[in-house]
Structure formats: structure tokens, C-alpha cells
Ligand binder design. Sequence first.
Ligand code: SF4
Length: 291
Amino acid sequence: MSDAYGQLLDATIQHLENLKSRSVRHVTVAPETLLALSKPTVAAKSAPSPTRPAEKAAAAPEVNTASIPETTAGVSDSPVKKSAGLKIAAYTALSERARGCVKCPHLASSRKHVVFGTGSIDAQLMFVGEAPGADEDEQGEPFVGKAGQLLTKIIQATGLSRADVYIANILKCRPDTPGQAAGNRKPTPEEMQTCIPYLHEQIDLIQPKVIVALGATAVEGLLGKTVGITKLRGNWQTYRDTPLMPTYHPAYLLRNQSLSEKRRVWEDMLAVMEKLEMPVSDKQRHFFIKA
Ligand code: SF4
């Protein structure tokens, strides 16, 4: 049994055990999922394209099995379709586990939504931020507030869209702010430690080629480093063999509108594009440089 198959099977078993603990006695399973679970297969290697056009059917603002019928429709002997079905099943199981999570009772009782993640589960590029804010908690999707809109613009400036990449946070629930009507707070080390296994599993499933850590908390959560983001940004790090680029959180760019800071973030993105072997135009290369 391959490691990947074993991990996916573990995720599925965990999901079923969670359902059982909630007194669910029957589940509906698609035939292709059963077939995939019965025969471990080797996932096909894909070309180093940043967007994997052939698999774009899997991309959606919020990934779910309903959004990816083309990759799973019908029972096929294709190893790619079998492994895709298995990946979807494991992703769905993981997201449902997170959505029912009450490991941090104070956050579970104050949240409106668990903000699991969004984008393509086949993304080669993954962005990781800190935690959901009020807008994200309201909508159940990461990076949809003002900072999120800026992140969307940054992604689009590379030639990609939000649906081409995957976006998640260190913490899946909004840090509560008792007694405060507004504002955010940084997750505590205990909250981060409790929630980080979900992100590790997400990354293991998605297997991005490059991770961008947005801000110091994302770096701390993924790498355990508490070095200032000013020192770390722009310098490649490694998360479990995956290249990781630390850069400023878009919220910082909203607070600091200087062209030089925007250029620094853009230089980090240029490095990411080069690492992914994406084309870089002259225009892109000169963004935020004064004529
Ligand atoms: S923050 Fe994470 S670990 Fe804590 S309740 Fe939410 S999903 Fe569970």
C-alpha cells in the first residue's frame, strides 16, 4: 500500500468514525469512490504548468464534490480518474471534519462559519494566511474582505485567478474578541497548535509546488519560526520539501501604501512565478517601479 493511499484511507476511516460518533448509521457513496478505495493506484505525474488546464474542472471558490463532476463522472478504469476520486473523497472528509470541529470551544461558540479553504485541490500554488476576519467568518471563505480583495488582485497580476490557486489559513475559526464590537486578534500559540493539523493535512492532499506564507503568523504556524517577516520575506524557506516564500500579509499593504513595500511583495511573487516556470512579461517585471 502506498503512503498516499494509506493517508487517504485513514482520512476516510476517520470521517466515517466521526459520522458514527454523531449517530449516523448510513452513508451514500458514489460507485467511483468505492472503486477507487478498493484499488490503490499511482497518481499520474502532470506537466509543470502552474494551472493544470486539464484539471481545471476541479477548481471552484469552495471545493466540493458537486463542483467537479467531469473528473469523477462514471466509473472508469483510468488511474487518473480513480486517484482524483480518492483525493476528492479525502478532501471532503477532511473539510467535514473541520466544519464539525469544536476543539477550541471558545472559538466554536463564537464563530459563524468554519473557514476551511478555497480554490483548486490540484493547485500548484497555495497561499496561507493567519485566520479568518469578520468578513470571512460571515461568508465562510478565506480572504474575502479588503485584504482578500488585494490578494485577489495580486493573484490576478500573475495571470492566475483565485480558482487556479488554493487559499487557506493557519486557523480555521475567527479568533474571538470578547467585549469588542470589531477588530481582529492574532491567534494564540495554543489555538494555532490545536488547528494546524488540519492545514498539514490540506497541504498533504493538495501537494502544491510552492507555498506563499502571508505574514509572520503564517510563517510561525508553518515553520515554527518567530523571526520577523521583514527579515524573512523574499528568502525561500522549505516546508516539508516544498519551497515556501514568506511575504507580507496584504493587510500590511493596506496599512502601508508605499510603492516600495508593494514592490517588495511583487518581487516575492515574481520569484514564485519563476519557481513555477510561469511566463513573466516585461510589463509584469516592471510593476511598481517608477519610470
Ligand atoms: S480553530 Fe481549528 S481546531 Fe479550533 S475549533 Fe476551529 S477548526 Fe477546530
